[in-house]
Design a protein around this ligand. Structure first.
Ligand SMILES: Cc1cc2nc3c(=O)[nH]c(=O)nc-3n(C[C@H](O)[C@H](O)[C@H](O)COP(=O)(O)O)c2cc1C
Length: 198
């Protein structure tokens, strides 16, 4: 049987979403240029914000249970104090947790991936695994990881569209990150630092 060749993306005619998918790549070199609060707002919204559908969010969730919790560590955002914030999707608001500069501690918790400390801000995705496992038992665990992947990809694509650099970080010390964010029963799944590229 002959191969059926598919039409390749025409980058000249590509739409905005196709261009973001085509151009997305991991960037680990961050400039000191500040990032606007509204840019952070768009990125966090793409991960867990509310949509047109009542009680639904920008990424799918098994059983519409929504076990993901998002935290922001800000270092260089205009009109936002440096600190740690918890994202409240239904209010589209940031709930302040701790004041201060924490990107160095974050980089240490990520096994000294030092570029992370230069991020204008970082978003940490944590999961409330018990919430989904109550309905889906052990299989619920994989659903929470799948949902975090959706959130990471949305943030990557919208960051590309906004000309912001980012990379998904999976290498970190769970305990250090849980202590830094006071996560309690929630477990960290992914870290994404954001900044303009150097
Ligand atoms: C689950 C996951 C974990 C990752 N962890 C790290 C990490 O800890 N540090 C890092 O620099 N990159 C990390 N990456 C980024 C990969 O190295 C990167 O996606 C890969 O090299 C492909 O490059 P691209 O993203 O530019 O296409 C991770 C990516 C994924 C999906």
């Amino acid at each position: 049987m002959d191969l059926i060749y598919l039409k390749k993306l025409d980058t000249e005619k590509a739409n905005t979403l196709e261009k973001s998918i085509y151009n997305r790549c991991s960037v680990r070199s961050f400039s000191g240029k500040p990032v606007k609060l509204n840019t952070l707002s768009k990125i966090i919204w793409s991960a867990q914000g509310m949509t047109n559908e009542p009680k639904r969010r920008t990424t799918p969730s098994a059983g519409a249970i929504y076990p993901l919790e998002l935290f922001i560590i800000s270092r260089n955002i205009t009109d936002l104090e440096n600190g740690i914030y918890h994202y409240l999707p239904e209010d589209h608001a940031l709930d302040p947790q701790k004041e201060g500069r924490f990107t160095e501690s974050l980089a240490r918790a990520c096994f000294h991936q030092t570029f992370i400390q230069d991020a204008a801000f970082a978003i940490i995705i944590a999961g409330d695994f018990e919430k989904t496992k109550q309905k889906y038992s052990e299989r619920g665990e994989r659903y929470v990881f799948m949902e975090a992947g959706h959130a990471c990809q949305n943030m990557s694509l919208i960051a590309t569209n906004l000309l912001l650099a980012t990379v998904v970080i999976g290498a970190f010390n769970d305990k250090e990150l849980r202590d830094l964010l006071n996560l309690g029963d929630w477990y960290p799944i992914a870290v994404m630092p954001f900044a303009y590229e150097k």
